[in-house]
Design a protein around this ligand. Structure first.
Ligand code: MV4
Length: 471
């Protein structure tokens, strides 16, 4: 990729939408509203009956109630969302993350109604949503993937054949899955047919598609993902990586950038490779390419997400690129060089802690009224939230209530800043993951950067042992 030139002759962006409907709620709806306001675009909110008093309704120029609290009857109700967009006469829809963000049919219906979907074309969403097809597509374009099957596994017999070739342990994954759903690890040949059948029927009932594929199983991987943005003229830029190994049951808890395991050379190499690959595929708008890193620090593609992600602020903090504004401008047809207005530079270190409304030990949702709310401030601290004192967290939706993001000149400063910010973050009336994060930030292995995707398991076991009185 060429370095991006500063283009002083084209400092302002001409092609812009007048009105955007935000098909989401909570902190990401507010985040998109911020981007709209800064671009002089009128944001239109949709909301369920449970969200009447929420901040995304308050800060939007218009707000349309689309139904009762249940997701299927409101934020996931495609006819209701499209009707609101038609009534408000918007130029585009921003789907946020989750909900309809990676629903290819929704993107297709939106475009059929002559409303711009802020994301990739629906056929690209569909391609990346079928994990086996995505894997084959990026392999063809030269991205390293793990040894594994080619195409969909025809049956247990073929699974055993591939496993012999790849070598145990192997993992079978649902092509319609992703994010950890519908996977089974087989450690030897004896258990593979049973696990295959279990995975197949689980995938069939969960996704309406029982198709499976196989990969070599990596024992203690790190989860590292690369942020990319692309215009509709096949220009693609990589904005570096996020380290996302601190997860529990496939829910990320904490993310950071850069990864302590990625050198500037590796970052540039993967970035160039992804720019070339995604240009060939015709990728457009923001996207995230997920990799597993093995003990030899080799990266292998596992899947691609075609949306803005929860953890996008850590990339924004180290690059100073506003990813949501970029999404909007790219969807409006702007060229990448006009959106970026200069080279991509990585400065300092950023960490994000996801503050969930849940019990810190049991991880069960904790809905209710927030009685006290003191978000921390100060140098290098950012909070993305739609929560406020006296506000109510409804029980129907995702438990994420705030993202606390810090930037420091280096990792030690970011860790220290996050620790003090967590100390000063007060939320009362509901349970949150704030105490859990305080514990993670104090952990010697976390502080040393010495962790992988098995970190949380060990951390929680240590905690439990320490909490028990000595026998
Ligand atoms: C794997 C793996 C080991 N080997 N694939 C889980 C989420 C989904 N995106 C992919 N996942 C995994 N795929 C191979 N070939 C281990 C995981 C995995 C994992 C990955 C990232 C972060 C946390 C994880 C926790 C357990 C398993």
């Amino acid at each position: 990729m060429p370095a991006f030139r500063v283009a002083p002759e084209t400092p302002t962006i001409k092609k812009v939408f007048k009105k955007i409907l935000i098909a989401n709620r909570g902190e990401i709806a507010l985040r998109v509203i911020c981007a709209c306001k800064e671009l002089g675009i009128r944001p239109v909110a949709i909301y369920s009956e449970a969200d009447r008093n929420s901040l995304h309704v308050r800060f939007a120029d218009e707000a349309i109630c689309i139904g009762p609290p249940q997701l299927a009857q409101s934020y996931l109700n495609i006819p209701a969302v499209i009707s609101a967009a038609e009534i408000a006469n918007v130029d585009a829809i921003h789907p946020g993350y989750g909900l309809l963000a990676e629903n290819a049919n929704f993107a297709e219906v939106t475009e059929t109604c002559s409303i711009k979907f802020i994301g990739p074309p629906s056929d690209i969403i569909r391609l990346m949503g079928e994990k086996e097809r995505a894997r084959a597509a990026v392999k063809k374009a030269g991205v390293p993937i793990l040894p594994g099957s080619e195409g969909i596994l025809a049956g247990e017999g073929e699974a055993v054949e591939w496993a012999r070739q790849v070598g145990f342990p192997v993992i079978v994954k649902a092509t319609a899955g992703g994010g950890g759903r519908g996977m089974r690890i087989a450690r030897d040949e004896a258990e593979l047919p049973g696990l295959f059948k279990a995975a197949q029927s689980e995938a069939a009932s969960a996704f309406g598609n029982g198709d499976l594929y196989m990969e070599k199983f990596i024992e203690r991987p790190r989860h590292i993902e690369f942020q990319v943005i692309a215009d509709q003229y096949r220009n693609v830029a990589s904005l570096g990586e996020r380290e996302c190994s601190i997860q529990r049951r496939h829910q990320k808890l904490l993310e950071e950038s850069p990864s302590t395991q990625v050198t500037p050379e590796l970052r540039a190499q993967i970035g160039d490779m992804l720019s070339k690959t995604l240009s060939e595929i015709g990728y457009v708008n923001a996207g995230t390419v997920e990799f597993l890193m093995d003990e030899d620090r080799k990266l292998y593609f596992i899947e691609m997400n075609t949306r803005i992600q929860v953890e996008h602020p850590v990339t924004e903090m180290v690059t100073d690129v506003d990813l949501v504004k970029s999404q909007i401008l790219l969807a409006a047809g702007e060229r990448l060089e006009n959106v970026l207005q200069g080279p991509i530079v990585h400065r300092g270190h950023a960490i994000e802690c996801r503050i969930n409304a849940e019990h810190p030990e049991k991880f069960t949702p904790s809905a209710g009224k927030i009685t006290a709310f003191n978000p921390p401030g100060g140098t290098g601290v950012r909070i993305d939230t739609a929560a406020y004192a006296e506000g109510v967290i409804p029980p129907y939706y995702d438990s994420l209530i705030a993202k606390l993001i810090v930037r420091g000149k280096d990792r030690p400063e970011a860790v220290s800043r996050m620790s003090r910010a967590l100390e000063m973050f007060i939320v009362e009336g509901i349970h949150t993951t704030i105490p859990l994060h305080r514990g993670i930030l104090a952990d010697p292995d976390f502080r040393a950067g010495n962790f992988d995707t098995t970190f949380i398991e060990k951390f929680l076991a240590k905690r439990k042992a320490a909490a028990k009185p000595a026998a």
